[in-house]
Design a protein around this ligand. Structure first.
Ligand SMILES: NC(=O)c1ccc[n+]([C@@H]2O[C@H](COP(=O)([O-])OP(=O)(O)OC[C@H]3O[C@@H](n4cnc5c(N)ncnc54)[C@H](OP(=O)(O)O)[C@@H]3O)[C@@H](O)[C@H]2O)c1
Length: 296
């Protein structure tokens, strides 16, 4: 079996992908950035894992030297345009030179291919990367798992205020939204890495919930009442995004609201699910996920 190369192996998703690949007995080559001693230590010496140092913004030649014998390159990096666009293009070019068969870019979201450039700044970086990938002899496959259950209840997403005991939302809350955990995304990514013919996109989801459903699920799982607070319609949400954008040069001031807008309009919802193609993955549904996450 050829080696799987993981860029972003020291990150949350990348680390889980390494584990999912090893559970399937796949040899892993993990890219660790120079100077990341802690990340290196977590991977060094693990059976079946070879650590190589580098940065995906390194030259194509130097990256290419780390790809000898690699069958699939998985990118789970996170960053700005220099990483998501330039770095990933670099990595793909190196993969082309090394004769790699497949590249899984760091997309891991809703169906970003249905979005317009202004809809979400981070999704748009990924769209720009795909444009720059161009025609490639390496087959590019995006794994699309919807929103991560692990993050949507965190304060940054502005839904749940555990201290105030409130659940805030925009719109009518009735749009079905696809959700998956980091761990199940890693499991599906490992399956896709081993799939000889996954096609250009794989859409999976552990659960589909409306925002109202998410609210009820969080209440049941936490055993706490969260007072619902409707903040306005989706047009009001769009106006709030523009208001924050106008007063800021920091994308994180409005990025969470851009995710909320995309998810609640259904603009990037899936038109099919590929769960059945991978019966080896038994995903954890939202209520079970939150029972464990909120009560541990
Ligand atoms: N759908 C969702 O709701 C959702 C939620 C969260 C994340 N995601 C997606 O999941 C993916 C991974 O996110 P994450 O949360 O796992 O990120 P993370 O924990 O921040 O990990 C990012 C990884 O990228 C590495 N990296 C950054 N720049 C690099 C470079 N120039 N060269 C090589 N490696 C580099 C980091 O290395 P260092 O350790 O050295 O910094 C780290 O290993 C991203 O595409 C993200 O958008 C999706």
């Amino acid at each position: 079996m050829p080696i799987a190369f993981v860029a972003g192996a020291t990150g949350t998703l990348g680390g889980l992908i390494v584990e999912s690949l090893r559970r399937r007995d796949v040899q892993v080559r993990a890219l660790v950035r120079p100077g990341n001693a802690e990340g290196r230590q977590a991977l060094d010496g693990r059976p079946g894992v070879e650590v190589v140092e580098g940065d995906i913004r390194d030259s194509v030649d130097s990256l290419g030297r780390t790809l000898d014998g690699v069958g699939v390159v998985i990118s789970a990096v996170l960053g700005d345009a220099d990483v998501i666009v330039d770095g990933q293009v670099n990595l793909l070019r190196a993969a082309e030179k090394a004769g790699v068969a497949r590249f899984i870019p760091s997309d891991f979201s809703y169906d970003l291919f249905r979005l317009d450039p202004d809809d979400n700044a981070y999704s748009n970086l990924r769209l720009e990367a795909h444009k720059a990938f161009g025609e490639s002899p390496v087959a590019v496959t995006s794994v699309l798992p919807g929103a991560f259950l692990d993050v949507v209840h965190q304060p940054y997403f502005e839904h749940v205020d555990w201290e105030a005991g409130t659940f805030s939302y925009w719109g009518d809350g009735d749009q079905p939204i696809e959700f998956t955990s980091y761990a199940d995304t890693a499991e599906w990514t490992a399956e896709v890495a081993l799939d000889p013919t996954p096609g250009p996109t794989v859409r999976v989801a552990a659960d589909i919930l409306t925002t109202r459903g998410l609210h009820q699920t969080l209440e049941r799982a936490s055993g706490r009442r969260l007072e619902p607070r409707r903040l306005g319609g989706l047009d009001d949400l769009k106006a709030e995004i523009e208001r924050r954008k106008a007063g800021s040069t920091n994308v994180f001031d409005y990025l969470a609201l851009q995710y909320a807008w995309v998810m609640n309009t259904g603009k990037a919802s899936f038109d099919r699910l590929d769960n059945d193609r991978y019966p080896g993955v038994e995903p954890t549904r939202a209520e079970e996920f939150y029972r464990r996450a909120l009560n541990s």
